[in-house]
Design a protein around this ligand. Structure first.
Ligand code: SF4
Length: 219
């Protein structure tokens, strides 16, 4: 087993039940939740969508809201003006161009308002079971530290991870890296002493636990 395989095998052992933290019951709900989650915690998004989705969980029902009314629901997620605009435009697009169903390909998903590569990858992988690796701030950081994929941009890291990880594990590995980033390999103070990947982690070997604040990057 080479080092990358060892890392993946340990992540699989650590997080056998890794799954998305966002709550959703349909591809449309997931899409809206992911748009809301930019620069916001999943916990906050779940609180907001719990209320929002009671009445507005389809493109038609979302479009019953004015921009202003939707902003009131999602205010606490931050960037509410743009997020509301994107959700309403994407909902209109889904109705007019895709017959009311969230499109199932990454290419089509990326044509929706406010849907970039990361969001398209999450929806494609989580809602439709497609093979994709969405690179968010946790995936970006942990993949670079572990040497699974070295890159200066989310796209570079995505390509590196696709090369390092067997395709059938892409969707799951995305959750392993997020969970490891949230629970152990924190942005500012990674808990290296408690990390079972210490012996195979190039970042730890370089720094021996001496961590200076790092710039985190969002996808
Ligand atoms: S050893 Fe430290 S830097 Fe490496 S993965 Fe573990 S927590 Fe992160």
């Amino acid at each position: 087993m080479d080092t990358k395989e060892e890392i993946l095998s340990e992540l699989a052992r650590l997080y056998p039940n890794a799954k998305p933290a966002l709550h959703f019951n349909s591809p449309y709900e997931l899409l809206v939740a992911v748009v809301l989650s930019a620069q916001c915690t999943d916990e906050r998004v779940n609180k907001v969508t719990e209320v929002l989705f009671k009445e507005h969980n389809t493109p038609e029902k979302m479009l019953a809201l004015s921009q202003e009314a939707l902003e009131k629901y999602i205010f606490s997620c931050g960037f509410y003006h743009n997020k509301a605009k994107h959700i309403l435009t994407a909902s209109k697009d889904i109705l007019e161009r895709f017959g009311g169903e969230v499109p199932k390909t990454r290419e089509e998903l990326e044509t929706l308002a406010g849907v970039g590569r990361k969001t398209a990858n999450v929806v494609y992988a989580v809602a439709f079971g497609g093979n994709a690796i969405a690179v968010d701030t946790h995936v970006f950081r942990v993949a670079n530290r572990l040497g699974l994929a070295i890159g200066k941009t989310p796209f570079e890291v995505e390509k590196g991870l696709m090369a390092a990880i067997p395709e059938e594990q892409w969707g799951t590995a995305h959750h392993w890296l997020i969970w490891h980033g949230r629970r152990v390999c924190h942005s500012q103070r990674p808990d290296c002493p408690a990390c079972t990947l210490q012996t195979v982690c190039p970042h730890y070997q370089r720094t021996k636990g001496e961590h200076s604040p790092e710039r985190s990057q969002d996808a």
